[in-house]
Every structure is written in structure tokens, then in C-alpha cells.
Design a protein around this ligand. Structure first.
Ligand code: CA
Length: 228
């Protein structure tokens, strides 16, 4: 499977050049042109690397970087900027960026940095993909692996799909109907109790105290929410 790169950059020319080049090197590239939608996309947790411009409309790159780290994502971030000030570099690295490149940059230089970051990221001791950490829970969305207190947890395919959907929409209130539609693909009219049963199973497997869940939260009359 090709490595997935998210490019958050608002200069159309640069987006085109970078996308063309990265795709020709065998990467799968997705791009967003402002900080807000770039952040949203990055939080899907499905990328192997984020190329992040500093000066962006809606939300600046530093802000996006900080939010990605606050959400528990460890995806490598390579920041791009037109400014060459040392202070930017320091700020970016403090906020959790992994590397930094000043515009205009040499394409070969960029490709080398991307490759280095992906290689470092791919070493087993670091991680194997997009791993999310929530307290004692570790969720690898790409490998469909879950660990609790560093012990592997066995989930059924459906349980993992439900967990993935909850995690990808963490912080949102999700109705039982929506979960049935999105996770089970059911039409309306199927008993919503199915969702409750699966949530109960997930709690048994994932929560420290299933009777007092910290992550899989019930919102009475509304549905469920995954809390980081
Ligand atoms: Ca820019």
C-alpha cells in the first residue's frame, strides 16, 4: 500500500507541483487549502505524513500542528514556510513538528526529508502507522490493532469498525441511528439495541471500569460519544 501524505498548502501552484511529484514517486496524496479543513482531514488518523504550510487561511500551520498533537496523533509532520526565521523553526518543533523546510526548497531535498521521516516512523519500536493514544488505550487504525495497558485486545471486526467510527468522530455526539447506518449499513427500522449491545462489549474490553466509562460515553436520549 502506498504511503498516504496529506498536503496542507494554500498556494495552488505549489500544491500542483508537489502533488505531481509525490504521486510520481509512488505516494498517495490528498490536499487541503486551509488550516481548518486540513486539521479535520489530519484528524481522520489515516495519513502516514503531513506536509503543513505555516501561513494558511482560517487556521495557521502552528495551530494545526498543536491540535494534531493534542488529539494524540503521532503522525510525522513536516512544516513548510516562506519565512526563514529561526524562531519559526523553534516554535514549530516545540509544537510537535518533526522537521522543517524553508521555501523555496529544492524538490530533492523535500523528497529526502519525506523519505527519512517515513523511514523513522516505520521502525517497529516507534510505531507501525497511524496510532492513537487515549490514556491506557492504544489504537492502530491502519492495522486494526488495539492495546490496553500495552496488552493486545481482541475485537471482532464489527467492534473494531464501531470503535474506529467513534474514534474518527471523537467529541461528536453520534445517534444510534447514525451508527447503525454508518457502521452496519442498515436502513432505518432496525432495532437500535444492536448498538447498545456492541457498546457494552467494547466497554468490557476497553474501559478500566466499564460501569464508569471514561471514553465510551452515553448521552441519554442522544446516543454515544468517544471522549479522548
Ligand atoms: Ca501559505
Amino acid at each position: 500500500m502506498p504511503h498516504r501524505i496529506l498536503l496542507v498548502e494554500d498556494e495552488p501552484g505549489l500544491v500542483m507541483t508537489l502533488t505531481d511529484r509525490l504521486v510520481s514517486e509512488g505516494y498517495a496524496v490528498e490536499s487541503r487549502e486551509d488550516g481548518e479543513s486540513g486539521l479535520e482531514e489530519a484528524l481522520s488518523g489515516t495519513y502516514d505524513l503531513v506536509l503543513l504550510d505555516v501561513m494558511l487561511p482560517c487556521k495557521g500551520g502552528f495551530d494545526v500542528c498543536r491540535k494534531i498533537r493534542q488529539a494524540g496523533l503521532t503522525v510525522p509532520i513536516l512544516m513548510l514556510t516562506a519565512r526563514s526565521q529561526v524562531v519559526d523553526k523553534v516554535v514549530g518543533l516545540q509544537l510537535g513538528a518533526d522537521d522543517y523546510l524553508t521555501k523555496p526548497f529544492d524538490m530533492m531535498e523535500l523528497l529526502a526529508r519525506v523519505e527519512a521521516l517515513l523511514r523513522r516512523w516505520a521502525t517497529p519500536s516507534v510505531s507501525g502507522g497511524s496510532i492513537l493514544q487515549f490514556g491506557s488505550l492504544q489504537i492502530d487504525l491502519r492495522r486494526a490493532e488495539v492495546r490496553k495497558d500495552n496488552q493486545p485486545v481482541n475485537l471482532s471486526a464489527r467492534e473494531f469498525q464501531l470503535l474506529r467510527y467513534l474514534v474518527e468522530h471523537r467529541g461528536e455526539t453520534l445517534s444510534r441511528e447514525r451508527l447503525l447506518t454508518e457502521v452496519w449499513g442498515y436502513e432505518a427500522g432496525v432495532p437500535t439495541r444492536t448498538v447498545d449491545v456492541h457498546i457494552a462489549w467494547l466497554r468490557q474490553k476497553l474501559e478500566q471500569n466499564p460501569r464508569n466509562p471514561q471514553h465510551l460515553i452515553t448521552l441519554r436520549g442522544l446516543g454515544y460519544r468517544f471522549q479522548a
